[in-house]
Design a protein around this ligand. Sequence first.
Ligand code: HEC
Ligand code: HEC
Ligand code: HEC
Length: 131
Amino acid sequence: MKLGRATRFTLVAMLAGVVSLVAMAAGRVPQPALEVDKTTTCVAPPAEMRRTHMDLLKHRRDRTVHAGVRGGKTSLETCIDCHAAKTGAVTGRPDAFCEACHAYAGVRLDCFECHQSQRGAKLSGAQGPSR
Ligand code: HEC
Ligand code: HEC
Ligand code: HEC
């Protein structure tokens, strides 16, 4: 299909408009600065983690609660060990790993009402989860 010059011009102008709108939106809400120690590697490639970390965590929780599987590299405690390495905790401050991105994405995270968000926090005996 051949487009007339006017049509082409309109399309280009529209595209430019969209691009600058996106740029403006990105400018208003600062992207979360995710501080991660890049000398380590995540349990899966970051692009995959971005999309599937919630499924991984829920699957893991079910395996713990129903099958008694604890410890190992996909435990919540392990995520926190790496992801709180720079900030001490994964929530509780604007640059904390889980919180920064969730605030940006507008997704509420209620896990840390029960689970510890701090690095190196140990289980508190029979008091329930502290990780
Ligand atoms: C051994 C350290 C380590 C562990 C354990 C770990 N991660 Fe990661 N994670 C990383 C690193 C490093 C990156 C960033 C890689 C990059 O950007 O190149 C990352 C990236 C991510 C990202 C994507 C962030 C982005 O930039 O978009 C998510 C989400 C994530 N991890 C969640 C988790 C969860 C949930 C767990 C526990 C199941 C976990 N990670 C365990 C080191 C770790
Ligand atoms: C790179 C951005 C990013 C990072 C970092 C991140 N999340 Fe998320 N998370 C999201 C987004 C976006 C969603 C919503 C996805 C959807 O609704 O499809 C989500 C959803 C979730 C959910 C499901 C919530 C629900 O109500 O179903 C859980 C649980 C979760 N994240 C836990 C974590 C934990 C724990 C960490 C830190 C270890 C973390 N996330 C780090 C972006 C992130
Ligand atoms: C009402 C309290 C409560 C809330 C809220 C809660 N959990 Fe849990 N979670 C528990 C308990 C109790 C266990 C079992 C701990 C055990 O038996 O070792 C558990 C276990 C887990 C485990 C497996 C243990 C491990 O070390 O990996 C994961 C993963 C997990 N929860 C993730 C989540 C996520 C993600 C959220 C938020 C969407 C969440 N939990 C919210 C109480 C809670």
